[in-house]
Design a protein around this ligand. Structure first.
Ligand code: UTP
Length: 294
C-alpha cells in the first residue's frame, strides 16, 4: 500500500466573497485568534502524517510563502530582546521533518487546475487536498480521521457533511450508498446542483484524499460550473473506474471563506482558547447584554 505523504494546498483563488479584506491579502492568511487559516490547515496535515506540503499559489499570495519561510530579522530581534516564547512561536511554525514546496498557478483557472499544477511533485502517489478556508474543529483532526479510512480501504476518500437544502447549490454534492454509519460508497458527484437536481444534501467540504489517477482526468477536463476547471467534474469521471468513498467526519466545520462563517469560527476558537477563553466569554456576554439593552 502506498502511504499518504503529501498534501496540496490550493491557495490561488481570488477570495471574492471576502472583499475588501482579500484585495491585497490572501484569505488563507486571515487569522483565527492568533494563527492564520493556512497554518491550521498545515498543522492538520502534519497531524495526519503528511511530510511534504505543496502550496499552489498565485499573485498577491507572497505572504503565504513568507509565513512558512525563515524570518531572520524577526528571529534575531526577538532573540536579542529575550522574548523566548514569541521566538518559539515564530520558529516552530512547522516541525523540522516537514518540507514545503511552492508552485505558481499563473492564472486562477479553477480548483481542478490548481490541483493539476501539483502533478510534477506528486507523480504516482496518493495525496491529500486541503482548502484552508474550511476550518474544522475536532478532537482527532479531520484529515487524520480520513487517513484512517484511507489506510483501511486504500482508495480515494472525500470529506462530506450534511448541509441545509438552501446551501446545496453552493457545493459539490454526492450520491451513493451507505456502507455503514458515516461512510458512503459514491457513484455520483455534481458541482453546485440546483436542489431539485441534487443527488442528496451531502456536500463535499475542502478535504480530499485522492489517488493519482485524478491527474489524467484533470488533464482532459474542460471548464465546468462558473467557467472554471472543477475538481468535482474530474472526480466524477474517475469514479467510473476507481473506488471513491465519502466520509462524514466528526467535528464542526466553519466556512471561513464567507464573512459569517469566519466570525463564527472566531467565536468558537476564541471561547475555547486555553489562555483567552474565559476573558473572551466575559467580553462576549457583555457585548450581548449591551446589544439587548439598546
Ligand atoms: P473558491 O471556490 O473558494 O474560490 O476556491 P475563491 O476564489 O478562493 O473564493 P471566492 O469564492 O471567490 O470567495 C476553492 C479553493 O480553491 C482555490 C482557492 O484558493 C480555494 O482554496 N483555488 C481556486 C485555486 O487555488 N485556484 C483557482 O484557480 C481557484
Amino acid at each position: 500500500m502506498t502511504e499518504l505523504r503529501t498534501a496540496v494546498f490550493p491557495v490561488a483563488g481570488l477570495g471574492t466573497r471576502f472583499l475588501p479584506a482579500t484585495k491585497a491579502n490572501p484569505k488563507e492568511m486571515l487569522p483565527v485568534v492568533d494563527k492564520p487559516l493556512i497554518q491550521y490547515a498545515a498543522e492538520e496535515a502534519v497531524s495526519a502524517g503528511i511530510e511534504t506540503l505543496v502550496f499552489v499559489y498565485g499573485r498577491n499570495k507572497g505572504s503565504i510563502v513568507d509565513h512558512f519561510d525563515k524570518a531572520y530579522e524577526l528571529e534575531t530581534e526577538l532573540h536579542n530582546k529575550g522574548k523566548q516564547e514569541m521566538l518559539a512561536a515564530v520558529k516552530n511554525v512547522l516541525p523540522s521533518h516537514v518540507s514545503c514546496v511552492f508552485i505558481r498557478q499563473a492564472e486562477a483557472l479553477g480548483l481542478g487546475h490548481a490541483v493539476l499544477c501539483a502533478r510534477p511533485v506528486i507523480g504516482n502517489e496518493p495525496f491529500a487536498v486541503l482548502l484552508a478556508d474550511d476550518l474544522v474543529l475536532s478532537e482527532q483532526s479531520c484529515l487524520s480521521q480520513m487517513a484512517d479510512v484511507y489506510n483501511y480501504h486504500h482508495c480515494s476518500v472525500l470529506g462530506i457533511e450534511n448541509v441545509a437544502e438552501d446551501q446545496v447549490s453552493s457545493y459539490g454534492v454526492i450520491g451513493g450508498t451507505s456502507l455503514k454509519s458515516g461512510l458512503w460508497e459514491l457513484d455520483q458527484i455534481v458541482e453546485k446542483p440546483p436542489i431539485d437536481q441534487a443527488p442528496s444534501t451531502k456536500a463535499v467540504i475542502g478535504r480530499y484524499i485522492l489517488s493519482h489517477e485524478i491527474f489524467a482526468h484533470l488533464a482532459n477536463q474542460g471548464k465546468g460550473a462558473g467557467g472554471e476547471i472543477q475538481l468535482t467534474d474530474a472526480i466524477a469521471k474517475m469514479m467510473k473506474s476507481k473506488r471513491v468513498l465519502g466520509y462524514e467526519f466528526e467535528g464542526r466545520r466553519f466556512d471561513c471563506g464567507s464573512k459569517l462563517g469566519y466570525l463564527q469560527a472566531q467565536l468558537a476558537y476564541g471561547l475555547q482558547h486555553p489562555d483567552l477563553g474565559a476573558d473572551f466569554a466575559e467580553i462576549a456576554r457583555d457585548e450581548l447584554s449591551k446589544l439587548s439593552t439598546q
